[in-house]
Design a protein around this ligand. Structure first.
Ligand code: ADP
Length: 487
């Protein structure tokens, strides 16, 4: 008989309805990859997945077509809250939108942590109530980051006595551990969510949504295997390391995939010239035109670095800025694209002022330019101090732009360095997030770049990497299955 697996996938964002960051990519793509897993990989299991997100104001403003599917009340200590759920139309994604007073008239994320915590705690509780209303029993509750942690805790509280949820198992995926949510015990009380009680969680963190989700989850995973190991250490654990270490048997990692067809240099219209591994010699046109677009001199032999991303401490742009400053003896150019913290923007601008003929800094979000940079740049610099997964390095490899990155989290898991992979390396890694290590790795990339024939081989290997969701979706399926089995 064909088996069925019901997955309740609760998350704060899912593209194409709403995307603020990488979470939106995962919310929109992993569920589709799961549904599309071939039957031989799922042992003929029929996967029924419901993606549940808040009906954010932004989605309403876009006037995305929806149909009503359920109307019910959510209990709080201040009385019932009328809740409506709509299904989004015109999308392959089975996505359901929860609407109620704490969600209305809020930003997707709010600077005010009280508003945010109330919005997402209510949303988490409502997602479970929705399942009961439509009489759809989830086998797996899969929640993501602090926003949906309360669903995990609520489930663990009710399933001991509530037969509807007695067989539901929970998976909590950490996309970014330092973001823990607000400390608001009164909101937890409002929705009857218990605080984290494990003795290994520091007292001052017991009411944080992230702590509550970690404590109550049947299993915890992060978005790369290396980050799953790193969060057990003092340097990356953000206060949770003792708890995570003492429960390491329930912590694992699965790398995120990307939609490979959305990042294809042979088909994109915004590039100056399309190319593939078979027409790699055409790629140089993109470098020349990018240099021209950026008012840099058109020199084929000069290595062109690119740096794209949010300008936050995490991303480590400052490390490469200083390393390049120390490498004035070398022939290089760099284009930097990003927005973020003032001090990092200023550091990038000051490099432009010091090297006006070599450096361009563009302080904006510009996706077409980012694609032209991946297509025209020789090397992507990605010196993140920590990187749970990271997708920029995967995209750049698919474009033949070779990454130089810090050996952390998903960067370590997706980039192969010549030291560990002498015959099939795809980039260059440095171990410590400091200036001299970054400089050392950048100098290595310049040395390898001198041998253009070998460089083309590195590019071809990088462009042939499989970063699709398929393998990771299968790993998620296997994880769901293992949770189902252990009653
Ligand atoms: P994070 O999700 O931590 O910001 P990732 O590497 O996972 O980092 O994803 C960043 C994505 O956002 C990449 O696709 C990158 O190209 C894109 N991006 C970041 N900043 C910009 C920008 N200023 N302009 C265009 N694209 C950007």
């Amino acid at each position: 008989m064909r088996q069925k697996m019901n997955i309740l996938f609760v998350i704060s964002e899912a593209e194409p309805l709403i995307k603020v960051g990488g979470l939106g990519d995962v919310g929109g793509t992993l569920p589709l990859a799961l549904i599309n897993l071939p039957e031989d990989l799922t042992e003929q299991t029929e996967i029924d997945i419901k993606v549940v997100i808040p009906y954010h104001d932004h989605i309403k403003q876009k006037q995305w077509p929806v149909e009503p599917v359920a109307s019910f009340q959510v209990l709080s200590r201040n009385g019932f809250i009328k809740t409506d759920v709509f299904r989004a139309l015109n999308t392959d994604l089975p996505v359901f939108l929860v609407d109620g007073e704490p969600i209305r008239n809020t930003g997707t994320y709010n600077n005010n942590t009280y508003i945010d915590t109330k919005k997402y705690t209510y949303f988490s509780v409502a997602a479970l109530a929705f399942c009961r209303t439509i009489k759809w029993k989830p086998d797996i509750l899969h929640a993501h980051d602090w926003h949906t942690a309360a669903a995990i805790q609520k489930l663990s509280q009710i399933r001991s006595y509530d037969t509807f949820f007695s067989h539901t198992k929970s998976l909590f995926t950490i996309h970014n551990l330092p973001y823990s949510g607000g400390n608001h015990p009164d909101i937890l009380y409002l929705f009857d969510i218990h605080q984290a009680f494990d003795p290994e969680i520091p007292d001052f963190m017991r009411n944080l949504p992230m702590a509550i989700g970690l404590d109550a989850a049947d299993h915890i995973n992060t978005v790369s295997k290396t980050y799953a190991e790193e969060i057990l250490t003092d340097g990356f654990g953000n206060g949770y390391q003792n708890y995570l270490r003492s429960h390491s048997e329930k912590v694992s990692g699965i790398i995120n995939g990307i939609m490979m067809d959305q990042w294809n240099p042979s088909a994109e219209k915004v590039l100056y010239k399309n190319y593939s591994v078979d027409t790699l010699s055409d790629r140089i046109e993109n470098k020349r035109m990018l240099q021209q677009e950026m008012w840099l001199s058109q020199k084929d032999q000069t290595i062109l670095f690119v740096m794209v991303g949010r300008m936050t401490y995490q991303k480590g742009f400052d490390l490469c800025v200083q390393a390049l400053r120390q490498m004035r003896d070398q022939d290089w150019q760099i284009i930097i694209l990003g927005t973020g913290e003032d001090s990092i923007q200023k550091a990038c601008l000051s490099l432009s002022n010091e090297f006006p003929d070599r450096v361009r800094t563009e302080l904006r979000y510009d996706e077409p330019l980012s694609r032209r940079m991946y297509a025209g740049g020789d090397v992507l610099l990605m010196p993140s101090r920590y990187e749970p997964c990271g997708i920029a390095q995967m995209i750049s490899m698919l474009y033949g732009c070779i990454p130089v990155a810090c050996s952390t989290g998903g960067l370590k898991d997706t980039i192969k360095d010549p030291f560990d992979h002498p015959t099939d390396y795809t980039g260059f890694l440095f171990s410590n997030p400091d200036v001299s290590a970054a400089e050392w790795a950048i100098r290595r990339s310049i040395a390898y770049y001198q041998d253009q024939q070998n460089w083309s081989q590195i590019q071809i290997r990088a462009m042939k990497q499989d970063f699709s969701w398929r393998n990771s979706a299968k790993e998620y399926f296997d994880l769901y299955k293992s949770l189902q089995i252990c009653e």
